[in-house]
Write a protein that binds this ligand. Structure first.
Ligand SMILES: NC(=O)c1ccc[n+]([C@@H]2O[C@H](COP(=O)([O-])OP(=O)(O)OC[C@H]3O[C@@H](n4cnc5c(N)ncnc54)[C@H](O)[C@@H]3O)[C@@H](O)[C@H]2O)c1
Length: 332
């Protein structure tokens, strides 16, 4: 299946196909230098499968975990690209979860003012969300995504077979972004996750969630308005990730708590809790309100006094509100 993403200045395809990892050369030219970035938690066979198809392929493995989304690792990669004499005509391929696609995408966005890149997402979170839409970034300390860009890939190649090696906790973590897409824009997607089987129904869940994000990104690539709704659950989610110092909790697990806090309808809240419990997600996390509040104040989406929040009344009914930053405490 091929889903085109049509933006004002570029168009690219999202390919969803079992086995497409071995057929990357059919979708994009690998007759140039190709720098493959992956992490050491991901089976190396995936990077090897891609390297085999390249005329000049190089593999760079970074340590797994959010700490690699850093300026240090970024600089290391840039220095190696220079040493290998990569030009703007060459290609970067990321193979991994959202950490690798954010890091590799940011390298691509900035190396010589921009070089082509391809995302091959291997977690549910990256397939459903992080690999599409062109947000790329690194962290500073435990402040998430504070240096970044909007920079679109040339291709996203999704091979659902790569999920066979993904631990269950990470699998469920990414499904949270599909729950978000369903809650905001596609009740049938939410129902499918609620009543179906997230493993058996994965490809349908993936397609529906990608269509939600694609339609939003096509209308508002740089988050000037509508795309803000995709931050539903993320203001609190990111703050929780920072409070937990990016260690004990996963992105989706924190976003799940964030979505609960910003959903009004008590019946829907209850349904969400039931769903989280069935999936093995927490319905609450211990935190100090002042700590979380301070993280939110430091978040890049705030200006001095006001903050944008996304509230969900019930499925499909959302509102973007610009509120005084102190007022966020009532949601915490
Ligand atoms: N750019 C965006 O739009 C966007 C959206 C959401 C999240 N994000 C970012 O994504 C990141 C989180 O992404 P994530 O949840 O994918 O985490 P991750 O990239 O850290 O991957 C999670 C773990 O799974 C392992 N792994 C990955 N693929 C595997 C596979 N197929 N088999 C076995 N192990 C595998 C990795 O080694 C890692 O240990 C965060 O940095 C978050 O900020 C970005």
């Amino acid at each position: 299946m091929e889903i085109p993403v049509q933006l004002k200045q570029s168009t690219y395809s999202i390919i969803i196909e079992r086995g497409c990892l071995d057929r990357l050369h059919q979708y994009i030219s690998l007759q140039r230098k190709v720098y493959i970035i992956s992490d050491d938690g991901i089976p190396t066979t995936y990077a090897q499968q891609v390297k085999k198809q390249c005329k000049y392929g190089f593999i760079h493995i970074v340590p797994q975990g959010e700490k690699s989304k850093s300026l240090d690792v970024y600089q290391e990669i840039i220095q190696e690209l220079l040493k290998l004499r990569f030009s703007r005509k060459d290609l970067i391929v990321t193979i991994g979860g959202g950490m690798v696609s954010d890091l590799g995408g940011f390298v691509a966005a900035t190396y010589m003012r921009g070089i082509d890149f391809v995302n091959i997402p291997t977690t549910t979170l990256a397939q459903i969300d992080a690999s599409i839409g062109g947000k790329v970034a690194v962290n500073i300390g435990n402040l998430k995504n504070i240096i970044g860009a909007f920079y679109q890939p040339k291709l996203v190649c999704i091979d659902p077979d790569t999920l066979q090696t993904l631990p269950k906790r990470h699998y469920v973590n990414g499904i949270v972004e599909a729950i978000k897409a369903g809650l905001l824009c596609d009740p049938s997607l939410f129902k499918l996750i609620q009543h179906g089987d997230i493993f058996q129904d994965y490809e349908t869940i993936l397609q529906k969630a990608i269509l939600v994000k694609k339609n939003i990104v096509e209308k508002d690539e740089k988050e000037a308005g509508l795309r803000t709704i995709l931050n539903f659950g993320h203001t609190l989610g990111h703050a929780l990730e920072s409070c937990y110092e990016l260690q004990d909790v996963l992105h989706g697990e924190c976003v799940a708590i964030g979505m609960l806090a910003f959903t009004h309808d008590p019946i829907l809240k209850k349904q969400l809790c039931t769903l989280y419990e069935a999936l093995g997600l927490a319905t609450s996390l211990p935190y100090h309100i002042e700590d979380v509040y301070n993280k939110i104040v430091n978040d890049k989406k705030t200006d001095a006094e006001y903050i944008n929040i996304v509230e969900l009344s019930t499925i499909g009914i959302y509102e973007i509100k610009n509120i005084k930053i102190e007022a966020i405490k009532q949601y915490l």
